[in-house]
Design a protein around this ligand. Structure first.
Ligand code: SF4
Ligand code: SF4
Length: 466
């Protein structure tokens, strides 16, 4: 009978065999990919910081006002009630994510994700400035006691976290409200201050301590890679056909091009060995490509032992096949969703009208007719207050009693009012009488809404004689 299996040496690259955290101290290689990522990363940071300040048509370019249930995007306002639009937006995002991942693998993780961008181009440079490169950081790890350099670094991290958290919050509360929160005493705004403090604390925790575990343990996108990628998707891979058999030291006759120098491993921010094949932890950051190209240059070999390619390409030596049926299907689906989103977005007016039956009895009989109580809700998507006139269209025999008419609605808010409609008993057919409400303001908004009044079931012909 076989005994229990020996425990694996390492379950995760970020864990030691005894379960303790293995700190990753990647060695920096400033090759051509790193320079391109640096430029891209800083362009994205500038964009991220600027977006909440930019305006279009007098509205914030991007403001996700969750408490107000209104989303301002590119000069338009979308409300939480825009179910079709939100559904089309979500479908477009899903189709884009699935299609792009099938095509270019985890390029987003390595080049565009805020986790990678801020970690590699803001927090790690600060860390290197205080603690030195990998060797200096490892020396500090081994030292007992508190390191003043590490304390100073963490203070700067905290400051950077507060800045990042404030910019992040500006997307949800807007620059004007955020400025008030910042400039006024925390005692005047205890809840916003708490939100800011917690957000800054989470940012600090992530970049100072949690780091690569966000990608390897938390991020759901990483978990989906096995279903999103196929054998032809672009990935960062090691050419084992060229590199193996690897031999330590200089290149020798009969050996592959890999000299087992470990440069690709010690530069990896998630602590993996790319030579072991496609791994969930690989965020396609290209740092191992730069590291290996540097080594190949030193030993007089061609670069690209670790390079962009596809799993199929690395195994068979064939060129990557980008145009594949699933990529075409995803692209077509995305085009359809985006087109539908555009059409639906253009049909949105400056206000939303909802007409509902009043609470209580569906109708009441009066000497001058059948009365229905109706609730009219108007959402003003505009930037200024509007007065909305409520009327009935083409129904001269029907009387409208509207206590609040016109109904004033402040910018970006909604108001409801109850109206009463009295129609002759004889105008009901099978218990119903169709009418049309007209809602208009003086800024050009005009909408007709069909509604069915409820009344007695008896046929109109029988009513006439009673
Ligand atoms: S294996 Fe290479 S590309 Fe993947 S995360 Fe590590 S360094 Fe980045
Ligand atoms: S950097 Fe290149 S040569 Fe060095 S171990 Fe990695 S794959 Fe081999």
């Amino acid at each position: 009978m076989s005994g229990p299996l020996p425990p694996p040496e390492r379950v995760l690259p970020t864990l030691n065999a005894d379960g303790s955290r293995r700190r990753i101290r990647p060695k920096l290689h400033t090759g051509k990919h790193w320079r391109a990522r640096l430029a891209t990363g800083w362009a994205l940071i500038v964009l991220f910081v600027s977006l909440p300040f930019l305006k279009m048509n007098g509205k914030p370019l991007v403001l996700l006002d969750v408490p107000g249930r209104a989303f301002h995007l590119f000069g338009r306002t979308f409300l939480a009630t825009d179910g079709v639009l939100l559904m089309l937006l979500m479908l477009s995002i899903f189709a884009a994510v699935i299609g792009l991942t099938a095509l270019v693998g985890r390029a987003w993780c390595g080049w565009g994700c805020p986790q990678t961008v801020y970690m590699e181009f803001v927090f790690r440079p600060i860390e290197r400035w205080f603690e030195g490169d990998r060797s200096g950081q490892l020396a500090l790890d081994r030292r007992q006691g508190v390191s003043p350099r590490r304390v100073a670094k963490n203070l700067v991290f905290l400051l950077a976290s507060v800045l990042v958290a404030n910019v992040f919050l500006a997307y949800f509360v807007g620059v004007a409200r955020l400025s008030r929160w910042i400039t006024q005493s925390p005692f005047e705004h205890p809840t916003p201050f708490l939100i800011m403090a917690v957000t800054a604390g989470l940012v600090f925790f992530d970049f100072a301590w949690f780091r690569e575990q966000m990608c390897t343990v938390i991020c759901p996108y990483a978990r989906l890679q096995s279903v999103l990628l196929d054998r032809h998707s672009l990935l960062v891979g090691y050419d084992s056909r060229r590199g193996e058999p690897r031999l330590k030291g200089k290149t020798k006759p009969g050996a592959g091009d890999c000299i087992d120098c470990n440069a690709c491993v010690v530069t990896c921010p998630t602590g993996i060995d790319i030579r072991e094949g496609l791994q969930l932890e690989c965020i396609a950051c290209t740092q191992c490509m730069d590291a290996c190209d540097f080594i190949m240059q030193r030993v007089g070999k061609a670069p690209g032992l670790i390079r962009y390619g596809s799993q199929d390409g690395f195994e068979t030596g064939k060129r990557p096949r980008y145009l594949r049926p699933r990529v075409v299907v995803y692209a077509l689906a995305l085009a359809c969703f985006v087109a539908a989103l555009g059409v639906a977005g253009m049909r949105i007016g400056s206000a939303d009208v909802t007409i509902l039956r009043g609470i209580g009895l569906p109708f009441a009989e009066h000497p001058d007719g059948v009365q229905n109580q109706i609730r009219i809700k108007i959402e003003n998507r505009g930037d200024v207050e509007h007065a909305y006139e409520i009327s009935l269209i083409g129904a001269t025999d029907v009387k409208l009693i509207a206590p609040e008419n016109p109904l004033r609605v402040r910018a970006g808010t909604h108001e409801s009012t109850s109206v009463f409609v009295i129609a002759p008993r004889t105008s009901f057919h099978r218990g119903e009488r169709p009418i049309r409400f007209g809602i208009r303001d003086h800024a050009g908004f005009e909408q007709e809404v069909a509604y069915k009044l409820l009344g007695p079931e008896a046929p109109a012909s029988a009513e006439g004689g009673s």
